[in-house]
Design a protein around this ligand. Structure first.
Ligand SMILES: [Zn+2]
Ligand SMILES: [Zn+2]
Length: 218
Protein backbone atom coordinates (compact mmCIF):
# COMPACT_ATOMS: atom_id res chain seq x y z
CA UNK A 1 0.00 0.00 0.00
CA UNK A 2 2.87 2.31 0.80
CA UNK A 3 4.35 1.62 -2.59
CA UNK A 4 1.07 2.43 -4.28
CA UNK A 5 0.53 5.65 -2.42
CA UNK A 6 4.09 6.68 -2.90
CA UNK A 7 4.08 5.91 -6.58
CA UNK A 8 0.89 7.77 -7.32
CA UNK A 9 1.82 10.73 -5.13
CA UNK A 10 5.25 10.84 -6.66
CA UNK A 11 3.89 10.69 -10.14
CA UNK A 12 1.23 13.31 -9.57
CA UNK A 13 3.94 15.52 -8.19
CA UNK A 14 5.86 15.17 -11.41
CA UNK A 15 2.86 15.83 -13.61
CA UNK A 16 1.39 18.69 -11.59
CA UNK A 17 3.48 21.18 -13.45
CA UNK A 18 2.43 19.75 -16.79
CA UNK A 19 -1.22 19.91 -15.80
CA UNK A 20 -0.90 23.54 -14.80
CA UNK A 21 0.86 24.35 -18.05
CA UNK A 22 -1.93 22.66 -19.98
CA UNK A 23 -4.60 24.62 -18.13
CA UNK A 24 -2.74 27.88 -18.74
CA UNK A 25 -2.40 27.04 -22.41
CA UNK A 26 -6.08 26.22 -22.69
CA UNK A 27 -6.95 29.53 -21.01
CA UNK A 28 -4.86 31.44 -23.53
CA UNK A 29 -6.36 29.49 -26.41
CA UNK A 30 -9.86 30.28 -25.19
CA UNK A 31 -9.05 33.97 -24.88
CA UNK A 32 -7.69 34.00 -28.40
CA UNK A 33 -10.71 32.12 -29.68
CA UNK A 34 -13.08 34.60 -28.02
CA UNK A 35 -11.27 37.48 -29.71
CA UNK A 36 -11.54 35.79 -33.06
CA UNK A 37 -15.25 35.31 -32.42
CA UNK A 38 -15.74 39.01 -31.69
CA UNK A 39 -13.96 39.94 -34.89
CA UNK A 40 -16.24 37.68 -36.82
CA UNK A 41 -13.50 35.39 -38.12
CA UNK A 42 -13.50 31.62 -38.13
CA UNK A 43 -17.25 31.40 -37.54
CA UNK A 44 -18.44 28.12 -38.90
CA UNK A 45 -21.37 28.03 -41.35
CA UNK A 46 -24.63 27.59 -39.50
CA UNK A 47 -23.06 28.39 -36.14
CA UNK A 48 -25.53 30.06 -33.82
CA UNK A 49 -24.70 32.32 -30.96
CA UNK A 50 -26.39 29.92 -28.55
CA UNK A 51 -24.06 27.13 -29.62
CA UNK A 52 -20.94 28.87 -28.38
CA UNK A 53 -20.87 27.07 -25.02
CA UNK A 54 -20.80 23.68 -26.68
CA UNK A 55 -18.18 24.85 -29.11
CA UNK A 56 -15.94 26.05 -26.29
CA UNK A 57 -15.68 22.50 -24.99
CA UNK A 58 -13.95 21.46 -28.18
CA UNK A 59 -10.43 22.79 -27.90
CA UNK A 60 -9.08 23.38 -31.38
CA UNK A 61 -5.65 22.44 -30.07
CA UNK A 62 -7.04 19.03 -29.12
CA UNK A 63 -8.10 18.43 -32.70
CA UNK A 64 -4.77 19.45 -34.17
CA UNK A 65 -3.13 15.99 -34.00
CA UNK A 66 -6.01 14.57 -36.04
CA UNK A 67 -5.47 17.16 -38.76
CA UNK A 68 -1.72 17.59 -39.03
CA UNK A 69 -0.36 20.01 -41.58
CA UNK A 70 2.11 19.11 -44.26
CA UNK A 71 5.29 17.66 -42.81
CA UNK A 72 3.87 17.34 -39.30
CA UNK A 73 2.48 13.82 -39.56
CA UNK A 74 5.59 12.03 -38.33
CA UNK A 75 5.78 13.54 -34.84
CA UNK A 76 2.35 15.07 -34.43
CA UNK A 77 2.18 14.13 -30.72
CA UNK A 78 5.80 14.20 -29.55
CA UNK A 79 6.44 16.99 -27.05
CA UNK A 80 2.74 17.65 -26.56
CA UNK A 81 0.08 16.47 -24.13
CA UNK A 82 -3.14 17.70 -25.68
CA UNK A 83 -3.89 14.16 -26.86
CA UNK A 84 -4.19 12.97 -23.23
CA UNK A 85 -7.63 12.80 -21.62
CA UNK A 86 -6.70 10.98 -18.40
CA UNK A 87 -4.33 13.70 -17.09
CA UNK A 88 -1.65 11.16 -16.18
CA UNK A 89 0.21 10.82 -19.47
CA UNK A 90 3.69 12.24 -19.91
CA UNK A 91 5.46 13.86 -22.81
CA UNK A 92 7.21 11.05 -24.64
CA UNK A 93 10.11 11.16 -27.08
CA UNK A 94 8.76 8.57 -29.51
CA UNK A 95 5.52 8.98 -31.45
CA UNK A 96 4.58 5.35 -30.81
CA UNK A 97 4.61 6.01 -27.07
CA UNK A 98 2.23 8.95 -27.31
CA UNK A 99 -1.14 7.42 -26.63
CA UNK A 100 -3.54 7.75 -23.74
CA UNK A 101 -5.25 5.01 -21.74
CA UNK A 102 -8.54 6.49 -22.96
CA UNK A 103 -7.53 5.22 -26.40
CA UNK A 104 -6.85 1.74 -25.00
CA UNK A 105 -10.18 0.05 -25.58
CA UNK A 106 -9.03 -3.40 -24.41
CA UNK A 107 -7.99 -2.02 -21.04
CA UNK A 108 -11.27 -0.25 -20.40
CA UNK A 109 -13.28 -3.31 -21.39
CA UNK A 110 -11.28 -5.22 -18.77
CA UNK A 111 -11.82 -2.53 -16.14
CA UNK A 112 -15.57 -2.54 -16.78
CA UNK A 113 -15.66 -6.33 -16.50
CA UNK A 114 -13.94 -6.09 -13.13
CA UNK A 115 -16.51 -3.66 -11.85
CA UNK A 116 -19.30 -6.02 -12.78
CA UNK A 117 -17.65 -9.06 -11.23
CA UNK A 118 -16.42 -7.64 -7.99
CA UNK A 119 -19.37 -5.42 -7.25
CA UNK A 120 -16.98 -2.49 -7.30
CA UNK A 121 -18.66 0.77 -8.17
CA UNK A 122 -15.64 2.99 -8.51
CA UNK A 123 -15.00 5.14 -11.49
CA UNK A 124 -11.44 5.64 -12.61
CA UNK A 125 -10.26 8.45 -14.83
CA UNK A 126 -7.00 6.64 -15.61
CA UNK A 127 -5.80 3.05 -15.61
CA UNK A 128 -3.02 3.96 -13.15
CA UNK A 129 -5.77 4.27 -10.50
CA UNK A 130 -7.05 0.75 -11.08
CA UNK A 131 -6.31 -1.79 -8.30
CA UNK A 132 -4.45 -4.26 -10.52
CA UNK A 133 -2.09 -1.55 -11.71
CA UNK A 134 -1.41 -0.14 -8.24
CA UNK A 135 -1.17 -3.46 -6.40
CA UNK A 136 0.64 -5.56 -9.02
CA UNK A 137 2.32 -3.47 -11.74
CA UNK A 138 3.90 -1.09 -9.22
CA UNK A 139 4.55 -3.60 -6.45
CA UNK A 140 8.14 -4.93 -6.38
CA UNK A 141 7.08 -8.05 -4.48
CA UNK A 142 4.41 -8.90 -7.04
CA UNK A 143 6.85 -8.22 -9.86
CA UNK A 144 9.41 -10.54 -8.23
CA UNK A 145 6.86 -13.38 -8.17
CA UNK A 146 5.84 -12.79 -11.79
CA UNK A 147 9.47 -12.52 -12.85
CA UNK A 148 10.18 -15.97 -11.39
CA UNK A 149 7.33 -17.39 -13.47
CA UNK A 150 8.49 -15.57 -16.59
CA UNK A 151 12.00 -16.97 -16.33
CA UNK A 152 10.48 -20.45 -16.68
CA UNK A 153 8.34 -19.32 -19.61
CA UNK A 154 10.70 -17.05 -21.52
CA UNK A 155 14.20 -17.69 -20.17
CA UNK A 156 16.74 -15.72 -18.16
CA UNK A 157 16.88 -11.91 -18.12
CA UNK A 158 20.34 -11.72 -16.56
CA UNK A 159 21.56 -9.61 -19.49
CA UNK A 160 19.26 -6.75 -18.43
CA UNK A 161 20.00 -4.15 -15.74
CA UNK A 162 17.83 -4.43 -12.65
CA UNK A 163 15.42 -1.61 -13.47
CA UNK A 164 14.86 -3.04 -16.97
CA UNK A 165 13.98 -6.43 -15.48
CA UNK A 166 11.34 -4.83 -13.27
CA UNK A 167 9.98 -2.63 -16.03
CA UNK A 168 9.78 -5.43 -18.59
CA UNK A 169 8.05 -7.73 -16.12
CA UNK A 170 5.61 -4.99 -15.17
CA UNK A 171 4.81 -4.23 -18.82
CA UNK A 172 4.19 -7.94 -19.38
CA UNK A 173 1.91 -8.16 -16.33
CA UNK A 174 -0.06 -5.15 -17.61
CA UNK A 175 -0.52 -6.60 -21.09
CA UNK A 176 -1.34 -10.05 -19.71
CA UNK A 177 -4.05 -8.68 -17.44
CA UNK A 178 -5.59 -5.82 -19.42
CA UNK A 179 -5.07 -7.10 -22.97
CA UNK A 180 -5.10 -10.85 -22.35
CA UNK A 181 -1.73 -11.17 -24.11
CA UNK A 182 1.12 -12.99 -22.39
CA UNK A 183 4.14 -12.45 -24.63
CA UNK A 184 7.89 -12.62 -24.44
CA UNK A 185 8.61 -9.43 -26.40
CA UNK A 186 7.12 -6.44 -24.62
CA UNK A 187 8.02 -2.78 -25.10
CA UNK A 188 7.02 0.40 -23.32
CA UNK A 189 5.07 1.68 -26.32
CA UNK A 190 2.76 -1.33 -26.07
CA UNK A 191 1.31 0.42 -23.01
CA UNK A 192 -0.40 3.83 -22.87
CA UNK A 193 1.90 6.66 -21.89
CA UNK A 194 0.38 7.05 -18.41
CA UNK A 195 0.98 3.39 -17.55
CA UNK A 196 4.46 3.11 -19.08
CA UNK A 197 5.77 6.34 -17.60
CA UNK A 198 4.38 5.56 -14.14
CA UNK A 199 6.13 2.17 -14.18
CA UNK A 200 9.35 3.85 -15.31
CA UNK A 201 9.01 6.39 -12.51
CA UNK A 202 8.79 3.68 -9.85
CA UNK A 203 11.46 1.34 -11.23
CA UNK A 204 14.25 3.79 -11.87
CA UNK A 205 17.84 3.00 -12.68
CA UNK A 206 19.04 4.41 -9.39
CA UNK A 207 16.79 2.75 -6.84
CA UNK A 208 18.16 4.83 -3.98
CA UNK A 209 16.55 7.91 -5.53
CA UNK A 210 13.10 6.39 -5.19
CA UNK A 211 13.43 4.23 -2.08
CA UNK A 212 10.62 1.87 -3.00
CA UNK A 213 10.34 -0.89 -0.37
CA UNK A 214 11.15 -4.29 -1.86
CA UNK A 215 12.95 -2.91 -4.92
CA UNK A 216 15.92 -5.24 -4.65
CA UNK A 217 17.89 -7.59 -6.93
CA UNK A 218 15.86 -10.30 -8.64
ZN1 LIG B 1 -3.67 10.10 -20.77
ZN1 LIG C 1 -4.26 7.16 -18.25
Amino acid sequence: MYVTQFAIASWEGQTGWETRRKQERKGNDKKEEDERGRNGHYVRPGELKGDREDEDEIDEDELAPLNPGLGEEKNARVGRLDWCDCRHCARMTNEKECWCCHEDEATWVRVMEDEGRGGISSSYSCVVQHPFFTSVCLNPYAIQAIHSRDIHLFGSTDHLPLHEKYRETSYRAFLDYYHGQLEDEVRSHHLPSCAASTIQGVFQEHAFLVRVPGYCPL
